[in-house]
Write a protein that binds this ligand. Structure first.
Ligand code: SF4
Length: 372
C-alpha cells in the first residue's frame, strides 16, 4: 500500500459558536439563537477553508449557522425514518439493505443535515453498541448489504469500527458494506494518519466482499490536497469510492461548480453517485433549491463534465422511496422510482404539473397527472 506523506496535525473540534474567531460579537449573539435550537460543531481544519472576506463563501454556508434556519418550522424527521427503525440503531426500508446508525457525532454539523435530530438531547435512534443491530441482520436472510451511518462511523475508534466490520464480514450473504462519511471533507487526516484504519479497510474489502466509502463532498473547495490524499489512500486500500451530496443554495447550485466538483472527483477516483434534493427537514429551507431549478442546473452541469464525471443521478430520498427526477418540460415534471419499499413502484414513471415552487414530492402530489 502506498504510504501517503502528509504532515501530522491535531484537528481541534469545537461545539460552541463562541469559539469561531472570525465572527463579530453581534453575529455571535444572533447565531447563538440558532445554536440553541440546532447543534453547532466544526473543527479548525474545516473552518480554515473559509475565505472570511467572501460573505458568500460556500464552506461558511455549509458549517456556520444562518439566522433564517429558525424561520423554518419543518419536521425534524421529514422522511419518517422512525417508521423504518426496526431495532435500536437499525433502519430497514429496502428489502436487501440495512442501515446501522452506529455513531451520533460528525466531524462537523452541516447546517442542512437531514438527521440533525440525532445531535439533539433525548434522541435514542443511534446505537453505539451494535450487538442487537448485527443480530437483526443475522436474523434477516434477505439483507445482503449494510450501510454504516449515523453520524459518522469514521469518528469511531478504528478498533471499534473494525469490530463492527468483522462481525458483518462473518455473515456470508452480506457482500457489500458501505460506510457513509464526511470525514474526507471535515478531517481527511483521520484517514491519512491512521495506518490501522487503512489496513482494516484493505483486509475486509476483498473481491468476495467489498467495502464502499460513500463520501460527501459538496463543493470543489473541500477537495484540498489533504482531501485528495485521503481519497488516494482509500483507493490504495482497495475500497470503492462514491460521492453523494445534496444540491444546496449558495453552495453548489451552479452548473459550473457542480461540473468542477464532478470532474475533480472523477479524476481522483471517487465516482459521483447521487445528487440529492435537499430534504425538507426543519431548518433546511434556507439551503433548499426548487426541484425544477435544481434539475436544470444539474443537467446543465453535464455539458461541462466528462462522461465519467456525470454518472450521478439527481434523486429525492422520499419516505416512499428514492425518486429520480428524470425530466422537466414546459408543463410537466417527470419522476421515476429508483428504489422503493413497495417494489412494484420501482421503474414506474409519474407525471406532475410543473410547479417551479415545488421543493418536494409532497408539493407536487396535488398536481399528479398520470402513470406513463
Ligand atoms: S455529515 Fe451527514 S450526518 Fe453528519 S452533519 Fe453532515 S449531513 Fe448530517
Amino acid at each position: 500500500m502506498a504510504k501517503i506523506e502528509s504532515k501530522k496535525r491535531t484537528v481541534k473540534y469545537i461545539n460552541c459558536i463562541d469559539k469561531v474567531k472570525n465572527l463579530t460579537v453581534n453575529e455571535l449573539q444572533a447565531l447563538k439563537k440558532v445554536c440553541n435550537i440546532y447543534s453547532f460543531r466544526a473543527n479548525d481544519y474545516y473552518l480554515n477553508l473559509i475565505d472570511w472576506n467572501n460573505p458568500n463563501d460556500p464552506i461558511k454556508r455549509i458549517i456556520i449557522p444562518n439566522l433564517s434556519e429558525i424561520d423554518d418550522n419543518g419536521q425534524l424527521d421529514a422522511c419518517n425514518e422512525k417508521a423504518i427503525t426496526v431495532a435500536p440503531g437499525v433502519q430497514h426500508k429496502y428489502k436487501h439493505t440495512a442501515l446501522l446508525l452506529c455513531n451520533e457525532t460528525c466531524g462537523g454539523v452541516c447546517r442542512y443535515c437531514f438527521r440533525k435530530r440525532l445531535f439533539m438531547d433525548n434522541n435514542s435512534e443511534v446505537a453505539v453498541d451494535t450487538t442487537i443491530g448485527i443480530q437483526y441482520i443475522k436474523n434477516h436472510p434477505e439483507i445482503t448489504n449494510v450501510l454504516l451511518t449515523g453520524g459518522d462511523p469514521l469518528l469511531l475508534s478504528t478498533e471499534r469500527l473494525e469490530n463492527i466490520i468483522k462481525e458483518l464480514h462473518k455473515i456470508e450473504r452480506v457482500k457489500i458494506i458501505r460506510i457513509g462519511t464526511k470525514m474526507t471533507s471535515f478531517n481527511p487526516m483521520r484517514i491519512t494518519e491512521d495506518d490501522a484504519l487503512l489496513r482494516t479497510l484493505r483486509k475486509y474489502s476483498t473481491p468476495e466482499k467489498r467495502i464502499y466509502i460513500m463520501t460527501h463532498f459538496d463543493h470543489p473547495k473541500e477537495l484540498t490536497e489533504e482531501a485528495i490524499n485521503a481519497i488516494q489512500a482509500l483507493n490504495d486500500a482497495g475500497v470503492t469510492l462514491c460521492n453523494q451530496c445534496p444540491i444546496l443554495k449558495g453552495v453548489n447550485d451552479d452548473s459550473n461548480i457542480l461540473a468542477e466538483l464532478y470532474n475533480e472527483l472523477a479524476v481522483n477516483g471517487c465516482t459521483p453517485y447521487y445528487a440529492f434534493q435537499c430534504r425538507p427537514t426543519a431548518g433546511n429551507k434556507p439551503y433548499a433549491v426548487p426541484i425544477t431549478r435544481a434539475y436544470f442546473l444539474f443537467e446543465e452541469s453535464k455539458k461541462y463534465a466528462s462522461g465519467t464525471a456525470i454518472r450521478a443521478k439527481y434523486v429525492m430520498s422520499h419516505a416512499s422511496g428514492k425518486i429520480e427526477i428524470i425530466g422537466v418540460d414546459d408543463k410537466h415534471i417527470y419522476l421515476k422510482y429508483h428504489r422503493a419499499q413497495n417494489t412494484d413502484l420501482i421503474g414506474k414513471v409519474f407525471v406532475y404539473k410543473r410547479d417551479d415552487n415545488a421543493y418536494w414530492l409532497d408539493d407536487l402530489l396535488p398536481h399528479k397527472i398520470n402513470f406513463v
